[in-house]
Design a protein around this ligand. Structure first.
Ligand code: ADP
Ligand code: MG
Length: 235
């Protein structure tokens, strides 16, 4: 039996991240080795909003997955607030992942679940000591979706779906938000609103944000642009 999960402590600050010498290759079903990351060094300050910018296939998603602990590098380290997350034992890696919120281009909501239940997904397998429904409702308020908690994804707009996905990413009070082309499926006005929301979250929660984008307007608004090409950061 799992023990009850307590309400996450409100964060005081986002992660400071030091990635060093990251390498990652994939082997395709055809047996070809693809070098997705080829020696990436990246320092990210706490509560910084970083835009990873580069052509399709340059390694953006791979780097985001490594930073969020979703995948392991072949070489290199990722130190978050002094802790090397690439060397964590399994149980601690699971706990680390809970401190990272993920936002995706295609929202990744479950179509049969209401907005509220989608937001509750990260804690659904756990017994919580707090009222997860209340927390989900209040997060939906925070992202501008008050009153829409019973809506299904098919009943709301793309921008609203992304707001639900962002509320879900906040359920565990993350110290890092990783967003893979969060505006890629939205028109430019809606995309700008989603970016406003992410900046507001950084202001109020002090969370570190790393996003990947193709959109120069989105990138230009971030604190820093990190160009990437062929698995290497471009100086
Ligand atoms: N699971 C995988 N299997 C094989 N190759 C992959 C896989 N994931 C990514 N790649 C390859 O790694 C490289 C980097 O991909 P990716 O990180 O998705 O780049 P981006 O997000 O910038 O488009 C590309 O050449 C891509 O085809
Ligand atoms: Mg990608």
């Amino acid at each position: 039996m799992t023990s009850a999960t307590a309400l996450p402590e409100p964060i005081t600050t986002g992660y400071q991240i030091d990635a060093t010498g990251l390498e990652k290759s994939y082997i395709t079903p055809g047996g070809v080795t693809v070098r997705a990351l080829d020696g990436v060094d990246l320092h990210i300050d706490a509560a910084e909003v970083i835009a990873l910018v580069g052509p399709s296939g340059s390694g953006k998603s791979t780097l985001l997955h490594l930073l969020g602990g979703m995948d392991e590098p072949d070489a290199g380290s990722i130190v978050c607030d002094g802790r090397d997350v690439t060397a964590l034992p399994r149980a601690e890696l699971v706990a680390f992942r809970r401190t990272v919120g993920f936002v995706f281009q295609h929202f990744a909501l479950l179509p049969a679940l209401t907005a509220r239940d989608n937001v509750m997904l990260p804690v659904l397998p756990y017994k919580t000591t707090y009222d997860a429904k209340d927390r989900a409702r209040s997060l939906l308020d925070d992202v501008g979706l008050a009153g829409r908690e019973d809506a299904l994804p098919s009943q709301i707009s793309g921008g609203q779906r992304q707001r639900v996905a962002i509320a879900r990413a906040l359920m565990n009070d993350p110290r890092l938000l990783v967003a893979d082309e969060p505006t890629g499926n939205l028109d430019s006005t809606t995309g700008a609103e989603i970016l406003d929301l992410l900046f507001g979250i950084r202001e109020t929660r002090g969370v570190t944000v790393v996003l990947a984008t193709h959109d120069e307007t989105v990138a230009a608004r971030c604190d820093r642009i990190v160009p990437i090409a062929d698995g290497r950061l471009v100086r």
